[in-house]
Design a protein around this ligand. Structure first.
Ligand code: PLP
Length: 469
């Protein structure tokens, strides 16, 4: 293919994408393929000679599309949505056309300066104070790893990178039982070790960490000669939306001089609505905060916003600067690769610029508010059903429930229910465990979902539940 052939194909792809998004609601949400089906449909060896793009495109539709789970489906209520609003897709098309590698300021000044500006737009949108500066990471997992490495280096007085960890007194990191597995992985990769991730018990409707238990755990570790290094808070956990009492936990961490990181990967987007910010009141005392615009806010994957009160700590942890990466003769520039783990970086800020300008903050807020409102309506309706038990109450647009039937193993019943719902294809839900019990999650957050899409879930859930043998 040459660039003369590119534009007609580009138009065709744009038409295809528009049609796909407008009709995706007619497809089953979760892919209905069996394991190996797509693999077996793909030739085992690569072609030696060029193939016709027409044929490639046809195979894309026939082989690939049936094996896709439609994350942009208006009735995708599983996991957390990973939205792709139209303006952000356009921006990614442009980024893909120019494909800059944005590791240093000089490798594309516009990408760096756009990133600085967009992160400040997001900071203001979330109501965070001035000292916070931001960087776009590929994922919340990377942001959390960067924060844990910073905790490690600060606790070791910046000797970990050079000397490694052998011989050190164990470093201790504290988090609730509800945090995401990306925290465990960050602890593994940083060399701190799973045994030194201390799970603090939770309490209350928000299933948040008990600040007194946090304080007691830190005191006990100090008494035992261990080295507390940091606290990781959860705002909107993946299973049930669990949220720690942010102000109280940060006060405990601060009293002990510990570095703090807040994982608000999903719920952070909701903070563009001032009335939802009470969930993380006091967050301005944190050192590091991550949220994913690639979830609820509408920028497509990947785009993770990482705010730092003092970026110098992070840069001191991660920066490495051989001669070939030095930029001479330019003062006051930022090289964002010194703020993140991979060296190479995509131009991710452009899609935020397109997205925020195309909707305005009011347009984005309206969508999120509707998701919360409709999800609460569905929750009320399900709560009134005699055989449905709400297990955890709505946190933003997420709640969990169970179907009840006397004399039946409820874990098995609910697992069969969620599988039957997903085989049916009209809606897509996932399960989680709450205090050991298998429960079904519902969350609304797809950009094009309507009140009708959300409320239809009631009919699908109750119809399929009643039909289970
Ligand atoms: C989605 C999610 C993550 C992981 O995000 P990635 O960007 O995929 O790494 C971490 N924490 C929470 C609470 C999440 O919801």
């Amino acid at each position: 293919m040459n660039w003369d052939e590119f534009a007609p194909w580009g138009r065709r792809v744009a038409d295809w994408a528009q049609d796909y998004h407008k009709t995706v609601g007619d497809r089953p949400v979760r892919a209905q393929t069996k394991p190996g089906e797509v693999l077996n449909a793909l030739p085992a060896t690569p072609p030696e000679s060029p193939e016709d793009m027409e044929q490639v495109f046809q195979d894309f539709e026939e082989i690939v599309m049936p094996g896709i789970t439609h994350w942009q489906h208006p009735r995708f209520f599983a996991y957390f949505n990973s939205n792709a609003a139209a303006p952000s897709v356009l921006a990614e098309f442009l980024v893909s056309a120019i494909s800059p590698q944005c590791m240093l300021w000089q490798t594309s000044p516009a990408a760096t300066e756009m990133e600085t500006r967009m992160m400040d737009w997001l900071r203001q949108s979330l109501g965070l104070p001035d000292p916070f500066a931001g960087v776009i990471q590929d994922s919340a997992s990377s942001a959390t790893l960067a924060a844990v490495l910073t905790m490690r280096e600060k606790a070791l007085n910046w000797t970990g990178n050079t000397q490694g960890l052998p011989g050190q007194t164990p470093l201790r990191i504290y988090a609730s039982s509800e945090v995401h597995t990306s925290i465990d992985r960050a602890i593994w990769i940083s060399g701190i070790g799973q045994d030194n991730l201390i799970r603090i018990p939770i309490k209350g409707d928000w299933r948040g960490m008990d600040p007194q238990a946090l304080d007691a755990a830190i005191e006990a570790d100090i008494a035992a000669g261990l080295t507390p290094a940091g606290v990781i808070l959860c705002v909107g956990g993946t299973g049930t939306g669990a949220t720690d009492p942010v102000a109280e936990c940060l006060a405990v961490a601060k009293k002990h001089g510990l570095y703090t990181h807040v994982d608000a990967a999903w719920a952070g987007s909701a903070m563009i609505c001032p009335e939802m910010r009470h969930y993380w009141e006091g967050v301005e005392e944190a050192d590091s905060i991550v949220f994913n615009p690639h979830k609820w806010l509408g920028a497509q994957f990947d785009c993770s916003a990482h705010f730092l009160k003092n970026p110098d700590d992070l840069v001191k942890t991660l920066a490495i600067s051989p001669e070939y990466l030095k930029t001479h003769g330019a003062e006051g520039i930022i090289n964002y690769s010194e703020w993140s783990i991979p060296l190479g970086r995509r131009f991710r800020a452009l899609k935020l610029w397109f997205l925020i300008r195309a909707y305005g903050l009011e347009g984005l807020r309206e969508r999120l508010r509707n998701h919360v409102k409709w999800s609460n309506q569905l929750h009320e309706k399900l709560a009134a059903h005699p055989d449905i038990e709400i297990v955890t109450p709505p946190m933003w647009s997420l709640f969990t429930f169970r179907y009840l039937r006397e004399g039946t193993d409820l874990d098995d019943l609910n697992l069969r229910l969620v599988n039957a719902i997903n085989d049916d294809g009209r809606i897509y839900l996932t399960q989680t465990r709450v205090d050991g019990q298998l429960v079904i999650r519902f969350q609304a957050g797809q950009f094009e979902t309507t009140e009708q899409d959300v409320m239809m879930s009631y009919d699908v859930i109750t119809e399929i539940a009643e039909g289970l043998t």
